[in-house]
Design a protein around this ligand. Structure first.
Ligand SMILES: Nc1nc2c(ncn2[C@@H]2O[C@H](COP(=O)(O)OP(=O)(O)OP(=O)(O)O)[C@@H](O)[C@H]2O)c(=O)[nH]1
Length: 586
């Protein structure tokens, strides 16, 4: 190889050699080639420094104190001056320790020691083993500068004293005075803590929007819990939490009392209104809805459904009421004009009578035939006009009577319609059969009838088979239509005195008055047979609907829920026995 002494020549030759050997033009390759050509030893990066460089580059978010160290390292990578870098890093580590200069010096000492021990040979400590040990320490404690110092120090001591790493780590990982939970227990602790945070945030905080003071306290608990990593902290947390639960319970109780009070007040009001409007069927419907709502534990879904149906009802009633008011007004006007006409007639016949009396006395007082002839002429005229008046009045009266009759019919029809609309509160909009509320009314009626007349009453509860599959295969809307179809078939097969109600999604309750249970089973089997003849048609596809059913006979003293419960158990039995069956409740 030619001897180059001029740096410019060495540089030129370096580039030439790199091109010939197809080396990538990296600073590292350039430096190596340059050193070879210049005949000086290649200054490799010390493995410890390499390791540190790698670790730094892997730190996603280095601690603030280490940022500067990383910056120094990055600067060095540009310049390639390792000795300067070591000095800098020692300086920055000293600063990063953020304590007195004693600790800073300690860091400097430690790094020097580390590099020295790395290069020395110790029995049992090969370079890969040292590298692995250093890796472990950096991975586990790199983000905690103080702890890192202790661990690195222990590691360097382990190398120099030829102690095995496991012993050292074991020793170093001995429980510290802190009660921080580690290992599996730590993970379990964290999982429970996260669950508790979640429960507090979404189960408690979210429900306290109307109680700002408790809301704030709950938020503070969440924050506190997030910061809790030790058993000691947990104990302190649980003391505060217990106080909070107590407050919450007390507040809950007072809310509950308030709600019950309001419910009682509303019930009183509604009962009073219902007595006041006993004859107003349109109002009765609404009153009953409110009664149904307040007579059972408050359930937001039920409240929502009731609100929906009530607002629809009120809207319809509003329209009908308006027409009713107009019809009544017309009727009143007609009666008024009828009476006016009657009084006109009375006065016209009255004046005619007066005239006749006066003509009669005139005739009596005169013998003059010409005068008498003139009186008779006037009398004839008056009679004719009186007759015309009478005729006109009669026609008008007939007309008024016809219109009054029509108006009265309209009023009756509108009143009936209002009654019908009010009834909708009791029916299921989708199927047209009774809804749960309607069923309760029907139940009350039938129970008292059965008790009064000592007649048998059977209750059937049917549940469509595999309805979910039908919904999934044909869509929810087709499912709705299938429900309406079933309800229609059931109604067609049953007697008009039987009551059908939609009890739940795809469950129906049927009240069969004057029917012993065996007969009830036959009735329901007849419905099943009818369904095999009258398929539900969906886009020309014949869909067979089957159901499982339980029938129970009412026993004296039982309440509605008892007997429905027995029918439900029998229905469940029918499902278990293969579906599409009717079972008797024993
Ligand atoms: N289309 C429609 N589906 C409803 C309605 N109410 C409830 N459902 C559906 O009915 C299905 C009932 O499913 P399941 O309780 O599993 O009963 P099933 O599929 O009939 O099964 P079995 O009772 O064991 O025969 C659910 O998918 C509900 O979503 C409704 O008003 N319309």
């Amino acid at each position: 190889m030619a001897d180059f002494s001029n740096p410019a020549e060495i540089a030129r030759e370096t580039l030439k050699q790199m091109a010939m050997s197809r080396l990538l033009p990296t600073p590292d390759n350039y430096r190596k080639t340059y050193c070879q050509i210049a005949g000086v030893p290649v200054e490799d990066t010390h493995p410890v420094l390499q390791l540190l460089t790698e670790r730094f580059s892997k730190l996603q978010k280095p601690a603030f104190e280490l940022q500067r160290t990383k910056q120094v390292l990055d600067d060095h990578l540009q310049s390639g001056n390792w000795n300067a870098w070591i000095e800098k890093i020692l300086e920055s580590l000293a600063d990063a320790s953020d304590v007195d200069s004693g600790k800073g010096n300690a860091w400097a000492e430690l790094v020097r020691d580390l590099i020295k021990q790395w290069d020395l040979r110790q029995a049992g400590w090969t370079t890969p083993k040292k590298k692995e040990a250093l890796e472990k320490v950096l991975i586990n404690f790199g983000s905690k500068p103080d702890l890192l110092f202790t661990k690195l120090d222990a590691l360097v001591t382990a190398w120099s004293d030829n102690v095995q790493l496991d012993d050292i780590l074991q020793e170093e990982l001995e429980p510290t005075p802190s009660s921080e939970i580690k290992g599996d227990a730590g993970q379990v602790f964290q999982a429970w803590r996260d669950l508790l945070i979640y429960t507090l945030e979404y189960g408690v905080v979210a429900r306290l929007t109307t109680a700002p003071d408790l809301h704030e306290e709950a938020m503070a608990l969440v924050t506190r819990l997030r910061e809790t990593t030790e058993m000691k902290g947990l104990e302190a947390f649980s003391t505060v939490a217990k106080k909070f639960w107590l407050k919450l319970e007390l507040r809950n109780e007072s809310d509950q009392t308030l709600m019950l009070g309001l419910q009682r007040l509303l019930r009183l009001l509604v009962n009073n209104i219902s007595e006041l409007v006993a004859d107003d069927s349109w109002m009765q419907g609404q009153v009953e809805v409110i009664r149904a709502v307040i007579d059972q534990p408050l359930d937001s879904r039920f409240l929502y459904e009731m609100e929906e149906s009530l607002s629809e009802l009120i809207f319809k009633q509003g329209h009908l009421k308006q027409s009713l008011v107009e019809a009544k007004h017309t009727f009143k006007n007609m009666i008024t004009s009828f009476i006016d006409r009657l009084s006109t007639m009375a006065s016209s016949t009255g004046s005619y009578h007066d005239k006749i009396v006066s003509y009669s006395s005139e005739i009596k007082q005169t013998d003059d035939l010409t005068k008498i002839a003139s009186i008779v002429d006037r009398l004839m005229d008056d009679t004719r006009s009186m007759q015309l008046d009478m005729l006109r009045s009669r026609d008008e009266l007939v007309k008024v009577r016809e219109e009054a009759e029509k108006a009265s019919e309209k009023v009756t029809a509108l009143e009936k319609e209002i009654e019908l609309v009010s009834e909708q509160v009791r029916t299921d909009q989708l199927t047209g059969v009774l809804n749960r509320r309607g069923m309760e009314d029907a139940f009350a009626t039938e129970l008292s009838r059965a008790n009064r007349e000592h007649k048998k009453l059977s209750i059937a509860l049917l549940d469509i088979d595999n309805f979910k599959k039908l919904n999934d295969r044909l869509g929810h809307q087709a499912g709705d239509m299938a429900l309406a179809h079933l309800a229609k078939v059931v109604k067609d097969v049953l007697r008009p005195t039987d009551s059908v109600a939609r009890y739940g999604g795809e469950e129906f309750v049927i009240l069969l008055p004057s029917t012993p249970v065996e007969e009830g089973v036959l009735v329901m089997q007849r419905v099943q047979r009818e369904l095999t003849k009258r398929f539900y048609l969906h886009n020309n596809e014949r869909v067979l609907i089957t159901f499982s059913c339980g029938v129970a006979e009412y026993r004296e003293g039982e309440d509605e829920m008892d007997v429905i419960g027995r029918a439900d158990s029998a229905m469940y039995q029918a499902k278990l026995s293969g579906k599409n069956r009717v079972e008797i409740s024993e």
